[in-house]
Write a new protein. Structure first.
Length: 329
């Protein structure tokens, strides 16, 4: 009887790059700090932020001539007098994905009564906070040798682009192809139409046309990363509760009605191009992974309002995803 021999073990392909991906931090200062900290914590080469950076509300802090201040945060009146108390309040506001605005009572009243002024104040405060975020990344990440790639998402105002473009270490990547290690990465911030009529939305045919034009520039599509804010339609990464025209949740049989809301254009592109990896956000409640042909697609989801950041740690090899896992920090 012949001997049975153990089959020859196949060596794993050598690693090309390791990365951490997250999306949809929506103004949470805590999540941005955790995003930057994930580089060293997980020992990766690159950080990728997939969009929806900004928050949706400003909290006015009325400061009097004597230095005392007052604000209402999530229904609770907060008062103080010292710089330390003010700093604590601003931190609480930022933790909840909102922006502190310190002004006189007269300035706050003027903005409350003037929609145009209120919008200008909101965008100014928002962009100032984003500059602070980008400056933190520019100052700290070069020392660790960790690359940082950032793009806006469909909810982010247009002024964000110039802030990201002005960075010294952070690399703006929206609407272009950049290198992450030896891999090409195609990034695109737009979504298909949503009930909220956000700044960066396109009809599916135009979304596909623009994505296809970018993808045609890839030198090695099968070894590429696609960083697309919106997930592919019907992938399980795009399930959200159906909405009524008045933006309330639609109920069927007394229960919310979950439906796919992702992009058919993104789905078509992934099926045609078959990249190595596709990274998505946008639908906070659809955290998970799916395979579309040979492509691994991931939506990290979002829980930004709790101060937790949802992400994915991924190790790539040449034409292979060596390993990956969804993480929460």
């Amino acid at each position: 009887m012949g001997l049975f021999r153990r089959g020859r073990e196949t060596a794993a392909p050598p690693t090309t790059v390791s990365l951490y991906y997250a999306s949809d931090v929506h103004g949470s200062d805590q999540c941005w700090r955790k995003f930057l900290g994930a580089g060293r914590h997980y020992g990766v080469d690159a950080l990728i932020m997939g969009g929806d950076l900004t928050g949706k509300a400003v909290v006015p802090i009325a400061r009097a001539a004597d230095g005392s201040f007052a604000a209402t945060l999530m229904g609770e009146e907060r008062r103080g007098r010292t710089p330390a108390e003010l700093e604590e309040l601003e931190g609480a506001i930022r933790f909840n994905g909102m922006y502190p605005w310190v002004a006189t009572a007269e300035e706050i009243a003027a903005a409350r009564d003037d929609e145009a002024l209120r919008g200008a104040v909101f965008e100014r405060v928002l962009l100032d906070e984003l500059r602070r975020w980008i400056a933190r990344a520019d100052e700290r990440m070069p020392a660790y040798g960790i690359e940082v790639y950032v793009m806006p998402g469909n909810d982010d105002p247009w002024g964000c682009d110039a802030v990201i473009e002005a960075a010294t270490h952070v690399q703006a990547c929206d609407g272009r192809i950049v290198r992450v290690g030896p891999h090409e990465m195609l990034s695109f911030a737009y979504a298909n139409p949503t009930p909220w009529d956000s700044p960066r939305e396109l009809p599916e045919d135009e979304l596909y046309r623009r994505l296809r034009a970018l993808a045609d520039q890839l030198e090695d599509p099968a070894n590429a990363i696609l960083n697309l804010h919106v997930p592919p339609y019907g992938s399980g990464l795009d399930t959200a509760n159906e909405m009524n025209p008045d933006l309330t949740i639609r109920y069927v049989g007394g229960q919310p009605n979950p439906v796919p809301v992702g992009s058919t254009a993104v789905r078509q592109l992934l099926e045609e191009v078959q990249p190595l990896l596709s990274l998505h956000g946008h639908i906070h409640e659809s955290r998970g992974e799916a395979t579309i042909g040979r492509t691994l697609a991931i939506n990290t989801g979002s829980e930004y309002n709790s101060g937790h950041i949802h992400g994915a740690v991924i190790t790539l090899a040449d034409h292979a995803v060596a390993k990956h896992r969804l993480v929460v920090g």
